[in-house]
Design a protein around this ligand. Structure first.
Ligand code: C5P
Length: 221
């Protein structure tokens, strides 16, 4: 059986991970959330008071950090040095610092190396910012998901409320815009649509509809 590789990129809170999980499950592929890896390192840096602008200190930290993504029936679990950080890496503090950590070329190089290793000899659906452009440039399918910032902030707001996390719609909108700005303007593998990616605007689509579109494209491969 041929192993399919699907790259899903796009700005913050565009629904990438929810869609990627559904598609991976339907195609019996593994799902790899690369954002969780940058978040995991950010979590550890904050915990150890390592400055997120200090590339050398961060790369040293990353080299001695084990980041593991595990799938179980309830979704994806994230472990840092065997500690379950699944919830901690979604905190506001991590969210608002992760783009600074992800700016550094050496950090990206090492993360990409680990991500490519995870994808080797497997069917994968991988989501992030640079999957179609750098991590899996030969992916069978490249998807670029976009949605208006209002819609993305609203989705994140509802997600937070459901999880019992305090949320302010305007604040979320500002944070999403700021993160997109840093991710798009950085020198090293910025957030950009790959030339051969298919763009899907999810603003007025449901998660299920987006997943179905991608599955339809996968059928032709
Ligand atoms: O996908 P998520 O929003 O969890 O990603 C968190 C952050 O990690 C992004 O805002 C970006 O700074 C960084 N990231 C990245 N490259 C990826 C995935 C995430 O730079 N492939």
């Amino acid at each position: 059986k041929r192993l399919i590789t699907i790259a899903i990129d796009g700005p913050a809170a565009a629904g990438k991970s929810t869609v990627a999980k559904i598609v991976a499950e339907k195609l019996s592929c593994i799902y790899i959330d690369t954002g969780a890896m940058y978040r995991a390192l950010t979590w550890k840096a904050l915990k150890n008071s390592v400055n997120v602008n200090n590339e050398e200190a961060l790369i040293e930290l990353l080299e001695s950090t084990d980041i593991m993504l595990k799938q179980n029936s309830r979704g994806q679990l994230v472990f840092v040095d065997e500690e379950d950080v699944t919830y901690d890496i979604r905190s506001n503090e991590v969210t608002n610092n992760v783009s600074y950590v992800a700016k550094h070329p050496k950090i990206r190089e090492e993360m990409v190396r680990r991500q490519q290793m995870l994808a080797k000899h497997r069917g994968v659906v991988m989501d992030g910012r640079d999957i179609g452009t750098h991590v899996l440039p030969n992916a069978d399918i490249k998807i670029f998901l976009i949605a208006s910032v209002e819609e993305r902030a609203k989705r994140r707001y509802e997600e937070n409320i459901k999880k019992g996390i305090h949320a302010d719609l305007n604040e979320l909108k500002k944070e999403i815009e700021q993160r997109d700005e840093i991710d798009s303007k950085r020198e090293a593998s910025p957030l950009i649509k790959a030339k051969d990616a298919i763009e899907i605007d999810t603003t007025s689509l449901s998660i299920q509809e987006v997943a179905e579109r991608i599955l339809l494209i996968a059928k032709d491969i």
